[in-house]
Design a protein around this ligand. Structure first.
Ligand code: URA
Length: 278
C-alpha cells in the first residue's frame, strides 16, 4: 500500500486550501502586513508554500504586542452615525467635507486601513460616480477606483466622453478598505452615508451613476442590481434634496462577466443622454 509522507499530506492540504480560495496563512499572533517590507503579493505567499515559487521573505519574528482596545473607547453605532451626521452637516464646501471625512473616527474600518479613500476627479462635475469600497490598490494609493476595476471604469467613462481629470467625480459609499475586500456591513455603510449624501448635496451633480448593488442599496434602498440597473431613480438625502441616479453593474462584476457589458453600455448611453440633454 502507498504510504503518504507527512510532507505530501501537508502539501495536499495546502493545495486544497488554495483551491478553496484561502490565500493567506493566519498565525497565532497578529502580523502587521503594512510593516512587512517587500511583502510578496498575497497569492504568491501560498504559491511559495506549495513549492511553485521561491519562498517569500519571512516576516519579522519579534512583533510588538498589539494593545487591547478599551471597549469604552469605541463609539456605539448610534453615536457613530450621529457624529457623522453632525460632522457632514457642518460642511459647506468640498474641501471642508474632505477634511471632515479624514478626521472622522466613527467607522470601525478606519483602524485596519492604511489610508482614507474619499474622492478622485473633478469636484463640481455634473457626473458623480459612486462605487462600493476601496480595495487593496485604492487603500495603498488613497484614491478610489485605481485597480483593474477602476481602469475598466475609466474606459467605460471615456466611451461617453468622460474622464475624472475633466468632467467626472468618483467616490464610494465606504471610505476605508474592508478587510479582505469583504462586503461592508450595514453599520459601516450607515457611518459613512451622511458624508456621501453631503458630497452629493455639495457637488450637486446632474446625474449620479451607482456602480453596483452596494451603493444602489445604500442610497436608493433598492436591492437586486440585475433588476435595478438601467432604471432612473432619485436619491433623496436626509435633508430632502433629490438627485437623479442610475444604477449599473460594478466594473469588477463586468470583469468576471464580460457578456454583461452589453447592458452596461446601454446604461452608459442612457447616462450620456441625461447629461447632454439629448
Ligand atoms: N471597487 C469599488 O467599488 N471602489 C473602488 O474604489 C475600487 C474598487
Amino acid at each position: 500500500m502507498n504510504k503518504t509522507s507527512p510532507e505530501d499530506a501537508a502539501r495536499a492540504l495546502l493545495r486544497w486550501y488554495a483551491e478553496m480560495g484561502v490565500s493567506e496563512a493566519v498565525e497565532a499572533s497578529p502580523a502587521d502586513f503594512f510593516a512587512w517590507p517587500d511583502a510578496p503579493p498575497r497569492s504568491s505567499q501560498l504559491d511559495g508554500a506549495l513549492g511553485t515559487h521561491a519562498p517569500p521573505a519571512r516576516p519579522p519574528t519579534a512583533r510588538a504586542p498589539i494593545a487591547p482596545i478599551a471597549p469604552s473607547s469605541a463609539p456605539s453605532a448610534d453615536e457613530a452615525i450621529a457624529a457623522a451626521e453632525a460632522a457632514a452637516r457642518a460642511c459647506d464646501t468640498f474641501d471642508a467635507l474632505d477634511a471632515a471625512v479624514r478626521a472622522f473616527e466613527g467607522c470601525p474600518l478606519k483602524a485596519g486601513a492604511r489610508t482614507t479613500v474619499f474622492t478622485d476627479g473633478t469636484p463640481g462635475a455634473d457626473l458623480l460616480v459612486i462605487g462600493e469600497a476601496p480595495g487593496r490598490d485604492e487603500d495603498r494609493l488613497g484614491k478610489p477606483f485605481v485597480g483593474r476595476a477602476g481602469q475598466l471604469l475609466d474606459r467605460m467613462l471615456a466611451a461617453i466622453g468622460r474622464a475624472r481629470e475633466t468632467n467626472a467625480l468618483i467616490s464610494n459609499v465606504i471610505f476605508w478598505r474592508p478587510p479582505g475586500n469583504r462586503t461592508p456591513t450595514q453599520l459601516e455603510v450607515a457611518a459613512c452615508k451622511p458624508f456621501v449624501e453631503r458630497l452629493i448635496e455639495i457637488t450637486a451633480p446632474k446625474a449620479v451613476l451607482l456602480a453596483g448593488g452596494v451603493p444602489t442599496q445604500a442610497l436608493l434602498q433598492v436591492t437586486g442590481i440585475m433588476r435595478a440597473r438601467g432604471v432612473w431613480r432619485e436619491i433623496e438625502t436626509a435633508s430632502g434634496a433629490r438627485f437623479a441616479a442610475l444604477p449599473t453593474f460594478h466594473p469588477a462584476f463586468l470583469l468576471r462577466q464580460p457578456a454583461q457589458k452589453r447592458l452596461a453600455w446601454a446604461d452608459l448611453l442612457a447616462l450620456q443622454r441625461r447629461l447632454t440633454g439629448d
